[in-house]
Design a protein around this ligand. Structure first.
Ligand code: FE2
Length: 382
C-alpha cells in the first residue's frame, strides 16, 4: 500500500510505501504523462497535446491513493487524472545515478573469449516455427550483440529469410546483399588467404547499418573461421587501463571514407567510441581500411589520440577477447554492427568459401523482440 504526500505549493507529490521508502514526482511531469483520453489517444497511445497546452504554473490541488490508483486534481485546469501506481513505479526517475562513464544497460552483457564455451546459437527452423525460441534468440542478440543460427536452407539469398524473422534489409550502394566469395587457388597450395583484422562494417555511413548478417553457403577451405570481438568490452578495458585514452577516443571525432567506386563518396565524422550524453556506451567504430585522415583532434592531443588508437587496436587483436567459430553451409551469424567487431581468419589449402552478407537495423529487431516479449508475458500471466 502507498500513501501520497504533497509539497506545500503542490508542485511535488511523494509516494510513500509501507516501509517508508519514497518516490517523488513533479506535478508538471505527472500532468505531461497523464494517460487520459484527452492527453493520449486511446487507440495508439500517442500524445494529443503539446507541452504548451499545459499551464506552466500547473500544480496539484488534491491527491489520494485508492487501491492501486493515484487520483490527482490539477490546477489551474481543474483536471482530474488517475494513474496506475505500478505504472508510476515502473517510470520512476527519482533515483540516484552513479554509473561510471562507459556504462551499459542491464540488458547488455559484455564478453570476451570465455563466451566460446556457450555461443548464443539457435536452430533456424526452430526459431522460424517457435516464437518463444525466436524471442530467446533475439534477446541473445540484444544481450551479446551477436548470435549464430544453424541449419538454415543452403540456397542463394537464404539470408533474407533470416532478416524476415525480425525486420527489413538495409539496402546500400552494394545492393540488397553482397557476395563474400573466395576460391583458394588449387595450383598453389602454399597460398594462404589473408585474414582480416576485426572491424565494424561501413563506418563511413551515417547512420551506420546497425546489424550485419553473414550467411554461409559453401566452406570447404581449411581455416577461414569467423571471429567476433565485443567492442564494448574492448572499450571498457581501455577505460580501465587508461581513462585518458578512453576519453580522447570518445571526445574527438575520427573520419571515415569510402570512395572506391564511380559515383560514390561516403564520408562520416564520428568518434571511435561513441557515448550518450550521460556516459552510456552507444557505439564503437573501428575499421583500418576506411579510416580517413583524422583532422579533428587538437594538435596537442594528437599523440595521445594515436596512443589510444594503437592500444584500442591491440586490445581488439588480443586472442583473449575473441570468439571464433567455423560456419558450415546453412549456418549464419548476426552482429550488432555498432558494438561487435567481426573478422575472417586466414585460410589455406584447396576449397571454396562462399558467404552472402546483408545489412539490417536494430530498431526492427528490438521492436519484434519487445512485441514478442509483451505477448509472452501476457500468455504467462494468470
Ligand atoms: Fe566486414
Amino acid at each position: 500500500m502507498y500513501k501520497i504526500e504533497l509539497s506545500n505549493s503542490g508542485d511535488i507529490a511523494t509516494l510513500i510505501a509501507d516501509d517508508q521508502s519514497t518516490v517523488r514526482y513533479h506535478a508538471l511531469w505527472l500532468r505531461d504523462n497523464a494517460q487520459d483520453e484527452h492527453t493520449r489517444a486511446p487507440n495508439n497511445g500517442q500524445r494529443l497535446i503539446a507541452l504548451q497546452d499545459i499551464p506552466s504554473d500547473v500544480s496539484i490541488a488534491r491527491a489520494e491513493v485508492v487501491g492501486d490508483t493515484l487520483m490527482v486534481l490539477f490546477k489551474p485546469e481543474n483536471k482530474h487524472v488517475e494513474y496506475d501506481i505500478q505504472w508510476l513505479l515502473n517510470h520512476r526517475y527519482d533515483t540516484s545515478f552513479s554509473q561510471s562513464v562507459g556504462w551499459t544497460s542491464a540488458a547488455v552483457e559484455t564478453w570476451d573469449s570465455h563466451l566460446s564455451q556457450a555461443l548464443p546459437t539457435a536452430d533456424f527452423e526452430t526459431i522460424k516455427e517457435n516464437k518463444i525460441a525466436l524471442l530467446k534468440w533475439l534477446s541473445n542478440v540484444r544481450q551479446f550483440g551477436f548470435a549464430k543460427l544453424t541449419d538454415g536452407p543452403i540456397e542463394p539469398e537464404a539470408l533474407f529469410q533470416v532478416v524476415n524473422l525480425f525486420g527489413h534489409v538495409r539496402q546500400t550502394n552494394y545492393g540488397r546483399h553482397f557476395e563474400v566469395r573466395t576460391e583458394v587457388n588449387p595450383s598453389n597450395l602454399a597460398y594462404t588467404g589473408l585474414g582480416l583484422q576485426a572491424h565494424t562494417d561501413n563506418p563511413y555511413r551515417d547512420p551506420v547499418p546497425t546489424l550485419q548478417i553473414l550467411y554461409c553457403l559453401e566452406n570447404s577451405a581449411s581455416g577461414g573461421e569467423n571471429m567476433v570481438v565485443d567492442g564494448f568490452k574492448v572499450a571498457q578495458r581501455l577505460r580501465d587501463e587508461n581513462p585518458e585514452w578512453f576519453t580522447v577516443l570518445s571526445k574527438y571525432c575520427a573520419k571515415f571514407e569510402y570512395a572506391g567506386e564511380t559515383g560514390v563518396c561516403l564520408r562520416s565524422r564520428k568518434p571511435m567510441i561513441e557515448l550518450a550524453p550521460d556516459g552510456e556506451l552507444v557505439a564503437v567504430r573501428f575499421n583500418n581500411r576506411s579510416t580517413a585522415a583524422i583532422t579533428d583532434v587538437p594538435f596537442d592531443d594528437m599523440v595521445c589520440y594515436y596512443d589510444a588508437y594503437r592500444r584500442f587496436g591491440e586490445i581488439i587483436d588480443d586472442p583473449g577477447m575473441e570468439v571464433s567459430f567455423k560456419l558450415s553451409p546453412g549456418d549464419s551469424f548476426i552482429v550488432d554492427n555498432t558494438r561487435v567487431l567481426h573478422a575472417r581468419k586466414g585460410y589455406s589449402g584447396e576449397g571454396k568459401r562462399w558467404l552472402q552478407g546483408c545489412y539490417a537495423d536494430k530498431d526492427g529487431l528490438y521492436s519484434k523482440l519487445e512485441a514478442l516479449d509483451s505477448v509472452s508475458a501476457e500468455a504467462a500471466s494468470p
